[in-house]
Design a protein around this ligand. Structure first.
Ligand code: ADP
Length: 479
């Protein structure tokens, strides 16, 4: 297990020698002591990335692609080990961690190809003596600040496009889950990625590391996935060096089920969207809007499916719901349930903490709440836990109004068989991602990102690489 900072192609201790403990949220067991990187380490990482940039950007795209593909191959080779590490540090069930490994590798594989298609343009000039060209150039060192809920995929989703574009990168993984990022760095080293192209600085003092990243002209792009609150801090900080930012922030996804929906598909989608990673993903359905005609049938089926979920240590066989990441996460989910109950909602299943033998007190029973209204906290804030609040609605216009009545705009889901309604909903929902009869829209080929307070920029798809490219216009007088 690699526990040191990865800077300039080598694992090195933090400059001041300090370490911090990474714990398994299911058991509180210490998984490892990890280097406590700080501002000095972050600056060293940026310097290494800046030194590596000229050679990396000058490599043929096809060569950069080979590096990315090789790292992805090693990820597949070590999938079981990576999945176990991921499950240990973030608590997710092993089956989900395995899926995350291949999802994570897909960003390297997809951008290995896309990096070959960074085409330029020629523009017909009004002056016949001129030739006008537009080049797309890697912007410089890219910084990535990643969250704990997808410890591997959030690193590679930023690393794939950055490295494919010709940028070098510095990464600060979440303090809860640095080991997965360091494992990827080790595989990059094994794959022969040139020193300095990828650097990882773990540490608990996120503001110090992030400030060091933002305090230099070398870093020309910052990609952040996390809370809206921290996204705002970074956006303000980015003003000093006028750095481009991609922000994937909080979500508050509505999951809308119409009377004419395929109910089996809607319930299966609800389970996949809401209960993945114990409800701790930014695109998780956060509130269910169900049309009156199918409300009771939907609730009955959802309740039966939710009551059957197995709660436990993510590494134990058969576990479907792991722990919340920390005590604050558990308290928030509980508070949302308590608030909803106080205002008249009722749990059809769950609603309390779950005791898991031999584990920490950090598990929540998967919960379905009915009689929920938009006045309740669970209908206004991201819960980030295994709680499914259901609210009945009568008309399409009501669903749309309630769904859009939020500052967030990441993902929305619509289940219906009516084509005209699908057109109306996809055009009127104020969200960056709309899943139509599809609860799992995220994929390497498509642009993932939000509007309003959910963020700026896109990750994935051909759009994702644009974030790392500067346009350079060349005016060439030929006569
Ligand atoms: P969450 O609430 O999901 O933990 P955060 O936004 O707090 O989300 O964390 C996401 C990432 O941002 C983590 O890597 C974390 O260390 C980092 N982070 C937290 N605070 C700051 C900050 N002030 N500046 C830069 N990064 C930060």
């Amino acid at each position: 297990m690699h526990t040191a900072c990865f800077i300039d192609g080598a694992f090195v201790p933090a400059r001041d020698g300090r370490t911090f403990a990474v714990r398994n949220p299911a058991t509180d067991a210490i998984v490892a002591q990890v280097a406590e990187g700080g501002a000095g380490d972050a600056r060293a990482a940026v310097d290494a990335a800046a030194r590596a940039f000229p050679a990396w950007k000058s490599l043929a795209a096809i060569e950069r692609a080979r590096h990315l593909r090789r790292i992805a191959e090693l990820m597949h080779r070590d999938a079981e080990r990576l999945a176990d590490l991921c499950s240990q540090e973030c608590g997710k069930p092993l089956a989900e961690a395995r899926t995350e490994v291949s999802y994570a590798a897909s960003f390297l594989e997809w951008y290995a190809e896309e990096g070959k298609r960074v085409y330029g343009e020629t523009i017909p000039a009004s002056d016949p003596a001129k030739r006008l060209l537009v080049l797309r150039r890697p912007c410089g060192v890219a910084a990535a600040i990643t969250p704990w809920n997808f410890p591997i995929a959030m690193v590679t989703r930023k690393m794939g496009p950055a490295l494919a574009a010709g940028c070098t990168q510095v990464v600060k993984p979440a303090e809860q889950t640095p080991l997965s990022a360091l494992a990827i760095a080790a595989l990059a080293g094994e794959a022969g990625l040139p020193a300095g192209v990828l650097n990882v600085v773990p540490g608990t003092d996120a503001p110090a590391i992030a400030s060091a990243f933002l305090d230099t002209l070398h870093v020309r792009h910052v990609s952040f996935t996390g809370s809206t609150e921290v996204g705002r801090i970074l956006l303000r900080q980015s003003a000093e060096q006028v750095v481009r930012m991609s922000l994937e922030l909080g979500g508050h996804a509505p999951f809308i089920v119409f009377d004419d929906a395929d109910l089996d598909a809607a319930v299966a989608g609800a389970m996949a969207s809401k209960f993945r990673n114990a409800g701790q993903t930014c695109v998780c359905a956060n509130r269910f809007l169900v049309q009156r005609g199918v409300h009771d049938a939907f609730v009955d089926r959802l309740t039966a499916a939710v009551a059957a979920l197995k709660v436990g240590d993510g590494r134990a066989a058969g576990t479907q719901i792991g722990p919340l990441i920390d005590d604050a996460g558990l308290r928030k989910a509980e508070a949302h349930v308590a608030d909803a109950r106080a205002l008249g909602a009722r749990a059809t299943t769950g609603g309390a903490r779950a005791a898991v033998a031999g584990c920490a007190d950090r598990f929540m029973q998967p919960t379905v709440l009915v009689g929920v209204t938009p006045a309740m906290r669970c209908f206004r804030e991201e819960t980030f836990g295994p709680v499914a609040p259901v609210c009945a609605f009568d008309h399409e216009a009501d669903a749309l109004r309630i769904a859009n009545d939020t500052p967030y705009g990441l993902a929305a889901y619509v289940f219906t068989r009516d084509g005209a309604r699908i057109v109306r909903m996809t055009e009127e929902l104020q969200y960056g991602i709309v899943g139509v009869n599809d609860a799992l829209p995220a994929t390497a080929q498509a642009p993932f990102g939000g509007v309003k307070h959910s963020g700026l920029g896109r990750e994935g798809g051909r759009q994702g690489i644009e974030e790392y490219l500067d346009l350079r216009y060349v005016s060439w007088r030929v006569g």
